[in-house]
Write a protein of this length. Sequence first.
Lengths: 260, 393
Amino acid sequence: MQNRIDQLFEKKNKNILSVYFTAGFPGLDNTVKIICELQDNGVDLIEIGMPFSDPTADGPTLQYSNNIALKNGMSLRVLFKQLEDIREKVNIPLILMGYTNPVIQFGVEAFCTKCKETGIDGIILPDLPLEEYKQNYSELFNNYDLYNILLVSPNTRPERIVQIDSASKGFIYIVSSASTTGAGKKSEDFSIDYFQRLQGMRLKNPGLIGFGISDRATFENACNYAQGAIVGSAFIDALKQDSDFTGSIKKFVNKIRGMS
Amino acid sequence: MNYHVNEKGYYGSFGGAWIPEMMFPNIDELRRRYIEIIESDAFRSEFENLLKDYAGRPSPLYYAARLSEHYSTRIYLKREDLNHTGSHKINNTIGQILLAEKLGKTRIIAETGAGQHGVATATVCALKGIKCVIYMGALDVSRQAPNVKKMKMLGAEVIPVYSGNQTLKDATNEAMRDWICHPDDTHYIIGSVVGPHPYPDMVARFQSVISKEMKLQLQEKTGNPNPTRIIACVGGGSNAAGAFYHYLENEEVELIGVEAAGKGIDSGETAATLLVGSPGVLHGSRTVLMQNEDGQVTEPYSVSAGLDYPGIGPLHAFLYERGRAKYISATDDEVMKAALLLTKKEGIIPALESAHALAALEKIEAGADDINVINLSGSGNKDMETYLKYFGF
C-alpha cells in the first residue's frame, strides 16, 4: 500500500492542515477521541506527540503538555496499545512526533514494527538530525516504510536543504523562524524571504510550515508559501481551556480554516 | 588505545551531535572551526596569558602531609580551588570566550548548577564586555545564593528555571532553547564535557591544562611525571577530563572518577549516572543517562549542586565501558566527613563536589609509596551554608 502521506499530497497540494497534540494530554485516555474528532472536522494529517521529559525544542505550552502527559502515565507502550485499532476508524495519515531517547529505549526496530502494525505513516524526531539518521536509522525506517520527516530552519544552508530533501520522504517540516514551538508569532514576523527561497529551490518533497502557526492569519499566510501548515501549541491551549473538548476541537479547526 | 574523539564526534559509540536542525548551523560552525582556532598561535598565546595572569595558573600541586599521614600514603592536591573564581571552571570559560570573540558572537549564554560555571562565565563576560545570560534551576538559585549574587554583581542576567526538578538538567534545557531562539549573535558556553560534538572534546582540551601542569609538577616534586593514580569527582565530568587528559594513553596511571551517590546508589536519590544509568540520548549526545524503562530521564539527587546531573560526558561513558577509568561513588554523608577531614588536617575547605574525590581515599587500597593526586576542583566558599547546617557549627 502506498504511504498515506504520499496519498494525501497526491490528491491535495495546498491548504493542508496538520494538527499536533500530545498523547496523554489532557487525559491519559483522550488519544483516540482527539484523533477521531480532528479527522471528522477535516484535518488532513495528525501528529501524535510522544511525550518526553526534556523537550528541548519546545516552548512552555508543549513543555506543559508533555509534563502532564507523563504524569498521567503516557508511554510508548501505552500509546501503541491505545492506537491498536485506530485504522478501523481513521484513514488520514498519522505521524508520531517526539524525541529520540524514548524510541531508542523502546527499541528502534520494535518501534518500527509497532508503527507498521498500527498504521503509523511517519515520524518526526527533532533531535535526530540528518547525519545521525543516515548513519543509524535510514535503512531500518525504509524497511518498514516509515517516513522520517526532517526539519529545515531559516539558518539551514541551501546545500544542506538539498541533502535534507534528498534524504526525506513524505514532506519537509519547515520551521517558520528561529524559535522553539509555540512562539506566538504574528504572520508579519515570518521570514518571507526564506519561504520564497525554499519555493524557488523546487524541492522534490512538499513542505509544511510549523512553529508559531496559531490562528487563521498565520495559517493562511503560511499556506501561501508551502503546501500547508502545522498547528501545535495553539491547539494544546484550546484543549486546556475546555474539558468537553469535542466542541472545542470543532471550534478550533473551523477558526483556523476560517469557517467560523 | 586511542581514547580521543573520532572525526565523526564519537568516543566509541558515545557522543555525536543529536541536535535539532535549528542548532545545526552553530554546532557545525564550531565543529569545522574549533581546532583551527584553538590551535592557532594567536589564540594559544592569548589563552595562556589569561590563564597565567588572570586566572592565576599554574595552580599549585600541594603535598598534603597530614592527610597523607592519616591515610598512610602520599597525597597531592591539584589546587584548582585557588584559581580565580574558585574552581577549574575558569579554564574552560576563558577558552570559550576567546573562541566566541573569534566567531564574532556578541551575546553569551550558559547553564549552571552550583553556580561555579555561571560565575566563571559571568567573569569572562565582564572581562570582555560581552552580554551574559545565565540559566540556573530555581532550586539551585536558592541553595547557591552567594554565587547568584556574584553573577549579578558581575553584570550577568540570572534566569531561574522552574521546569522539572529545577536543577542543572533543566537549566541546560532552557539554555538550549535560548540558543535555538538566538542563533545569530549568541554563543553557548557549555560548562562541562557534555552536549553535542564538538563540546565534549573542546571543553576537555581547555581543561587539559590541569594534567599538563600536573605532569611537570610531579616530575619536579617526585622525579616522575606519572602518579600511581588520579582521583577526580564526576558530574558532567569536566574537571576529571582535564585531570585525566594527558594520561589517557598512559595505562600505567590509574584513573578514578567519583560520582555522587547522594543518599546511596540504591536509594532512588542519587546522581551516580554510570553506576545506575544506561545508554541513551540527552542534550545532544549519546551517552549514559539516568532514565526509566520508557526512556524518560529521571531526576538526580546530590547534596552537591554541581554533580546533580542525570547524564555524563561521552568520554567518561567510553572510559567506563573500556575499563580505562574506574568509577566509584560517595554518599552525601561520606562526602561531608571527607570535607571536614581535609579542613581539619590541611586547613582547606573544599567544594562539596571536590569532597567526593577526597571521599574516595576511604575506599581505595593505596600503598605507602603510592602517589595519589586528588583534583581539588573547587573551593568550599560557596558551600558554607550547607556545611554549617550539616555540622551545626
